[in-house]
Ligand binder design. Structure first.
Ligand SMILES: [Zn+2]
Length: 68
């Protein structure tokens, strides 16, 4: 094999600025950006799926004349 591919195995730091994980606040990992791990990624997705991130409805519209 004369590939000549002799790159050093040094790990390249991400140029992107690391942000705290959106779930737990730990430094995010590049692979899971903007989360620190697959777990936090799943947590966030589950939250979306379970509706906790529901679009806020204006109180006035939601209960128009339904109160008091
Ligand atoms: Zn996290």
């Amino acid at each position: 094999m004369s590939d000549g591919d002799n790159k050093p195995a040094a790990k390249v730091e991400p140029l992107r600025k690391t942000r705290p994980c959106a779930e737990c606040g730990k430094p995010s990992a590049r692979e899971h950006y903007p989360f620190c791990s697959q777990r936090c990624r799943d947590l966030d997705l589950n939250r979306w799926l379970s509706g906790s991130y529901a679009i806020p409805v204006s109180d006035d519209e939601a209960r128009a004349g339904d109160d008091d």
